[in-house]
Write a protein that binds this ligand. Structure first.
Ligand code: SF4
Length: 308
C-alpha cells in the first residue's frame, strides 16, 4: 500500500478528518478532507463529527481546533510547526499592553496563541477582519494584534484608528518590492494580488488584496488574466487547480537566490510521512489548559457567529 492509501485506510478506521491549510505541500493538500484558510478551517473544525482531527497546518491552528473541540483528539504532524507572527506576541508582554489601555476592545488575528486569544474580545481572520472591526461601535477604541501589516491595511480600508501590536509574518515581510516591480515590468499584463499580511509598499502595487480564499476566488472570477501572487507559495497548488489555463507567478522574496518564491518554513515541516505517523500514533496531541480554553473559546465563537 502507498503512504496515501495507508493514510486513507487509517482515517476511515479511526473516524478521523484531515484539515489542511493552503500553505501545505501539494501531497498533503491532495489527501485532506478539506483545504482552506484559517476561517474555513475553524468553521470545519467547529462542525466536524470526527473523533480525531489531524491538523495539517501550524500550531495555533490546531490549538484553535482543540479549543472548539475539547473532547476530540487533535494531532499536528510536527509540533515544531510554529508561526513567527504568533511568536511575535508573547502573552506576558501583551497582558501588560492590554492593561495599559483598559477602555479598548481587543481584536486579535487568529494567528496567535491560545493565551493571547484568552485576552481577546473578538478573534478575526484576514477573510473577516474588516467585518469584525466594523462590528465594534465607532467611538470604542480598538487594540489590534499581532499583525501590524494587517492592522495598517484595516486602518486604511476603514478609516479607523487602531492601536497596533508590533508583530509580523516573516514570510509576507520577505517580499522584495524591487524584484516585484522588475517582475511586473517583465509581465506588464499580469495583475498583482496580495495577502494583507504583506507590507504596505507591496500592497500598494496590488489590484486585489485579500485572504487566501479571497485571492483564489478573485482569480477564479478572472481566469483570462495572468497573476503575480504575493502570499506563501503553497497557495499556487489549489489556485492552479481552480484555473488550470491561467498563468500564475509567485511574487519574489528578497534574500532568496535559490527559489523565486516565498515559502513558510513552519508550514513546510509537515510531511505526508509525519501526517501518517501522527494519525497512527495519535501523537503529538494538542492540549490547551481548561481555564485558557474557556476564555479563548468566547472570542472565537463571536468571530464564527459574525462570519455566518
Ligand atoms: S506564513 Fe507567516 S503567518 Fe502563516 S504560519 Fe507561516 S509564519 Fe505564520
Amino acid at each position: 500500500m502507498s503512504l496515501t492509501e495507508k493514510i486513507k485506510k487509517l482515517k476511515e478506521e479511526k473516524n478521523a478528518v484531515i484539515l489542511a491549510h493552503y500553505y501545505q505541500t501539494p501531497d498533503i493538500q491532495e489527501i485532506a478532507d478539506y483545504v482552506g484558510d484559517s476561517l474555513g478551517l475553524s468553521q470545519k473544525a467547529a462542525e466536524t463529527d470526527a473523533d480525531i482531527i489531524v491538523f495539517a497546518g501550524v500550531h495555533f491552528m490546531a490549538e484553535t481546533a482543540k479549543i472548539l473541540n475539547p473532547e476530540k483528539t487533535v494531532v499536528l504532524p510536527d509540533l515544531s510547526a510554529g508561526c513567527s507572527l504568533a511568536d511575535s506576541c508573547p502573552p506576558d508582554l501583551f497582558k501588560e499592553f492590554v492593561a495599559k489601555h483598559p477602555n479598548h476592545k481587543v481584536i486579535t488575528y487568529v494567528n496567535c496563541s491560545a493565551e493571547i486569544k484568552a485576552m481577546t474580545d473578538i478573534v478575526c481572520t484576514s477573510s473577516n477582519a474588516l467585518k469584525i472591526v466594523a462590528s465594534i461601535p465607532k467611538d470604542k477604541p480598538i487594540i489590534f494584534a499581532p499583525d501590524k501589516n494587517l492592522g495598517k491595511y484595516i486602518m486604511k480600508e476603514t478609516g479607523r484608528e487602531l492601536l497596533l501590536w508590533d508583530g509580523s509574518c516573516i514570510v509576507h515581510e520577505a517580499f522584495c518590492i524591487d524584484k516585484l516591480l522588475e517582475l511586473h515590468n517583465e509581465h506588464p499584463d499580469a495583475v498583482i494580488i496580495a495577502h494583507p499580511e504583506s507590507e504596505e509598499h507591496i500592497l500598494k502595487t496590488a489590484t486585489y488584496i485579500g485572504s487566501t480564499s479571497g485571492m483564489i476566488n478573485y482569480v477564479k472570477k478572472h481566469p483570462e488574466k495572468k497573476f503575480i501572487v504575493a502570499t506563501e507559495a503553497g497557495i499556487l497548488h489549489k489556485m492552479q487547480q481552480e484555473v488550470p489555463n491561467t498563468i500564475l507567478i509567485p511574487a519574489p522574496a528578497a534574500e532568496d537566490n535559490t527559489c523565486a518564491c516565498s515559502e513558510c518554513g513552519y508550514m513546510k515541516v509537515n510531511t505526508l510521512q509525519k501526517l501518517y505517523d501522527c494519525l497512527n500514533d495519535e501523537s503529538p496531541q494538542i492540549d490547551v489548559d481548561s481555564g485558557i480554553r474557556e476564555k479563548a473559546l468566547v472570542p472565537i465563537k463571536r468571530m464564527l457567529e459574525l462570519s455566518k
